[in-house]
Design a protein around this ligand. Structure first.
Ligand SMILES: Nc1ncnc2c1ncn2[C@@H]1O[C@H](COP(=O)(O)OP(=O)(O)OP(=O)(O)O)[C@@H](O)[C@H]1O
Ligand SMILES: [Mg+2]
Length: 461
């Protein structure tokens, strides 16, 4: 036998309880006894037993219900279900609710001992594994690479919320992995076999957004030649990722709110609301609370969506992760481009480590892809990295930034941020021959950011 354990018995029939208690006492365990589900739950919370023996028929609620409540209360004991002959199906259901094993009544002492020992051993192993995992941290999780404490916290949140249907709201600078987080969450959830649908609210013209999300019926508007289901219907049973939700126009926000409240979808031009079952994940690189305060994002919708926040730290706050990711990317790009590169030299690693990476992982990808494409060899040296990395200057086409000595006189050149921003975007567009995706890559922003700005400026003009 293993070391003595704390065993809680939840059993209402006095004779059965006496038999079980005698056996358990014989095994050397410490025992407590509850006669109904309510007392059992209270005792489980207060006493934190190692194992719980649950009778399936209790006077107040069923043993299955007790299992559910124990799970919800995160009681982390090994549960064994006791059932009379003939109710094996219910025992199977109990296993689904988290029971480790079940015993058919009547059972012999030897059978109880083996079942209980196995359950306790399983629990001890699981605990040891959890402890080791938390202590060591993980170097990757789903689509993420990274072992920093900041990322461990992200992994834990994603993992603990994966099983629920709660809406997850992801924020973080551009290129920090918001889409990776959404997909990782989907893959870690019970919905993983079902669709993961991404809809970028910034990339879709505003008059098409409603039909993209909710679908339309034939004839709803010019060009609607067929019925179309839309993203929400397509995501039924799975996950709908609304990317760049901060860009959603107010009138569309009202429609989204209605959907979130009702759980039903009415296609554009349609009259029938249809129920859909989906997990909603939203992301933005804006400060969404500031958007609410500025009246650009509905407060009621914000409260509906901002249920479980996931904040992705910028790459510069992740310590050594930047090198872990860089090494991984180097292998990937070398394979992809048919090159021999295997590693970085120490100076290259130091430069990568020191750079602030305003464009985060996406910028790191661009820099390394370029280095691999443009050079040959097995080792990436510091000289193969772009100059900007060596000077710590931002990635920007156009004239070099003023030297520190000129800084005082440069005060005169200070202008509103919006104007500098416009100038830089236009310069990047000119530099790339009006190629928006390439300009966006140079500026480390999402192409949709540039499209959006261009639309605004056109309107202002
Ligand atoms: N921790 C990571 N490890 C490996 N790859 C990563 C990691 N984080 C992000 N990436 C990669 O970096 C790129 C950018 O990630 P993603 O598109 O998820 O960022 P984002 O936050 O959605 O950016 P944006 O705000 O610009 O839309 C993707 O190719 C993604 O696979
Ligand atoms: Mg994104």
């Amino acid at each position: 036998m293993l070391t003595p354990a704390r065993v809680l018995l939840v059993e209402d029939t006095p004779t059965q309880a006496e038999i079980a208690k005698a056996m358990l006492r014989d095994f050397g365990h410490e025992i407590r006894h509850a006669e109904n589900g309510t007392d059992g739950l209270a005792l489980a919370l207060e006493w934190q037993p190692d194992a719980i023996l649950v009778d399936l028929l209790l006077p107040d609620f069923s043993g299955i219900e007790l299992m559910r409540r124990l799970k919800a209360a995160r009681v982390n004991a090994a549960c064994i279900v006791l059932t009379a002959h003939g109710s094996v199906n219910i025992a199977v259901e109990a296993m689904r609710e988290g029971a480790t094993d079940f015993l058919l009544k009547p059972y012999a002492a030897a059978r109880l001992r083996v079942t209980l020992d196995n359950a306790l051993e399983k629990r001890a192993l699981r605990q040891a594994l959890d402890t080791a995992r938390t202590a060591l941290g993980r170097e990757s999780f789903g689509g993420f690479i990274g072992a920093s404490p900041a990322m461990q916290a992200v992994y834990r949140t994603l993992e603990s919320v994966a099983g629920s249907k709660a809406t997850v709201f992801i924020t973080g600078e551009s290129g920090t992995g918001k889409e990776v987080a959404a997909e990782t969450l989907h893959q870690a959830s019970p919905r993983r076999g079902r669709p993961f649908i991404v809809l970028n609210c910034a990339a879709i013209p505003r008059d098409l957004l409603e039909s993209e999300i909710f679908g339309h019926v034939k004839g709803a508007f010019t060009g609607a030649t067929e019925n179309r289901p839309g993203a929400a219907r397509a995501a039924d049973g799975g996950t709908l990722f609304l990317d760049e939700i901060g860009e959603m126009p107010l009138e569309m926000q009202a429609k989204l709110l209605r959907f979130v409240q009702s759980g039903t979808v009415t296609p554009v031009g349609g009259t029938r609301a249809e129920a859909v079952d989906l997990r909603l994940v939203c992301a933005t690189n804006r400060d969404i609370l500031a958007e609410v305060q500025a009246g650009r994002f509905r407060e009621d919708l914000y409260y509906r969506l901002y249920v479980v926040p996931v904040v992705l730290p910028p790459l510069r706050a992740r310590g050594e992760d930047v090198l872990l990711i860089a090494r991984h990317l180097l292998q990937h790009f070398a394979r992809d481009e048919g090159k021999r590169f295997k590693q970085f030299d120490a100076a290259a690693e130091a430069a990568i480590r020191a750079h602030p990476w305003p464009g985060n992982v996406r910028q790191l990808q661009n820099v390394l892809r370029n280095a691999v494409v443009l050079h040959e060899g097995e080792v990436i040296t510091r000289a193969m990295l772009p100059d900007l990395l060596l000077q710590g200057a931002p990635v920007m086409p156009g004239p070099p930034p003023p030297a520190p000595a000129q800084a005082a006189s440069a005060t005169a050149a200070i202008e509103p941020l919006a104007i500098s921003e416009k100038r830089l975007i236009l310069a990047a567009l000119e530099h790339t021959g009006q190629d928006v995706p390439r300009a966006a890559a140079l500026l480390d922003v999402n192409p949709s950011t540039i499209y959006r700005k261009l639309t605004t400026w056109k309107k202002e003009a």
